[in-house]
Design a protein around this ligand. Structure first.
Ligand SMILES: Cc1ncc(COP(=O)(O)O)c(C=O)c1O
Length: 411
């Protein structure tokens, strides 16, 4: 029996047996993803933290109309339903625009890219199997593989050309057959780097030669800011690349709608894995997104998003150039939402975040959140230029640089 008392009352709690949790979750109580979203949503801060698209850019009115039409025109729009085939065909058209044509029967609609990750992981990874990931990568991948308690093999990320594919080739040549290699070739989260074309070709060749699937996570591929985006890995190989897409960054995250493109003979099995998770993604949302795509306004919407986010990226890069200490280094993203900043090794960005919030009311995501295996990224931070307008981005960087000026002597 445990007694918790204060001066006014005594609370008696009966000690009870607690369910024994599975080993992989026992030691964990915090979700880095959830904390990031909370931080990014705080109204009292300038937040350069989350990968949250700016809500002012959501096509709310068009989507509301499409949603109302779907409800009105289909009496069973709220019913349990199989995947909406017309939407698969529309996604196939989007894939063609993305430079990686596919057939509708190679597509599985998912509840966001995050569910697509968990499905890919369940399809490919045995318990205590091996995976190859970059030593800083999307935190949601770590959460998806954790229940399998895998052996995580890490390779470095070059901040101008992406994943160290030579290292992947060496691992493969050593016979360390991983269940898959996880890659974010465009708009890398958190590094904001684009994988070079040479590395894309090399990675696909390694995958084919050693029969290693690649999970290509591509939430940001349609948000590219240069003249000629590179082909996704899926465009270079259709057998070994499992492609994951989403409407979260281009329409809105609350839709929770994404997709996988995989070899047609695996779609049925992927569907079984999905059903274990949620039976089906919202049939109403599938119909509403399809109706929205039918309006033909999505392409103009994407062009407008690219324009706004490109300007914000430029604002962030210019502000860093103007205000940040000379010892800092950062990436120049060609797509996506993120700039990765590296500071001198003695700056710990996890403790810096507390000071940033308390002293300057500004937030970022400390690099440690993305570190895999034994890698440390304590002197790095991820800045997002997606959520705030340009003046807030500039002010945020000014605040951060004041904070850094108190810690890094200018020479
Ligand atoms: C690399 C990456 N993969 C997957 C996701 C999850 O996307 P969704 O909202 O479609 O689940 C995100 C979201 O930030 C991401 O950055």
């Amino acid at each position: 029996m445990i007694q918790i008392t204060n001066s006014n009352m005594a609370v008696t709690a009966i000690a009870r047996d607690v369910p024994e949790l599975a080993a992989w979750i026992r030691g964990r109580s915090r979700s880095a993803l959830r904390e990031m979203v909370s931080l990014a949503s705080r109204a009292d801060l300038i937040s350069l933290a989350g990968g949250l698209p700016d809500p002012a850019l959501f096509p709310t009115r068009d989507y509301a109309r499409a949603l109302a039409e779907s409800l009105a025109s289909d009496g069973a729009a709220l019913q349990y339903r199989p995947s909406f085939e017309p939407l698969k065909r529309q996604v196939a058209e989007l894939m063609a625009e993305r430079g990686a044509p596919c057939h509708a029967d190679q597509i599985l609609l998912t509840t966001g890219a995050q569910q697509a990750i968990t499905i890919a992981v369940s399809l490919l990874l045995e318990r205590r199997g091996r995976v190859v990931v970059e030593d800083v990568t999307y935190a949601g991948l770590a959460e998806a593989i954790a229940p399998f308690r895998p052996e995580v093999l890490t390779v470095r990320t070059d901040l101008s050309s992406g994943m160290d594919v030579d290292a992947v080739a060496r691992l493969a040549a050593d016979g360390l057959r991983p269940a898959f290699v996880y890659a974010i070739p465009d708009g890398h989260n958190p590094c904001g780097v684009t994988m070079s074309l040479a590395k894309r070709r090399q990675l696909v060749n390694v995958a084919r030669r050693h029969q290693i699937p690649i999970v290509e996570d591509d939430p940001y591929g349609l948000l590219s800011y240069g003249a000629a985006p590179l082909p996704p890995l899926r465009a270079l190989d259709q057998d070994w690349v499992f492609y994951l897409g989403t409407f979260s960054k281009t329409i809105a995250p609350a839709l929770r709608l994404g997709w996988m493109v995989l070899p047609a003979d695996l779609v049925g099995r992927a569907q079984i894995v999905k059903e274990a998770g949620d039976l089906e993604s919202s049939s109403l949302t599938q119909r509403a997104v399809s109706a929205y795509l039918d309006t033909g306004r999505f392409q103009a919407h994407i062009r407008a998003l690219r324009e706004v986010y490109r300007l914000r990226r430029d604002t962030l890069l210019k502000a860093l150039e103007t205000h940040f200490p000379p010892a800092a280094r950062w990436t120049c993203p060609e797509s996506g939402f993120f700039v990765w900043v590296e500071l001198p090794p003695d700056i710990d960005c996890t403790t810096l975040l507390d000071a940033a919030i308390q002293e300057e009311r500004v937030a970022f995501v400390p690099g440690e959140v993305f570190a895999m295996g034994a890698q440390r990224a304590s002197n790095a931070m991820r800045l997002s230029f997606a959520t705030c307008a340009s003046d807030a981005i500039e002010e945020g960087v000014r605040r951060l640089s004041r904070l850094l000026a108190r810690r890094i002597p200018r020479d």
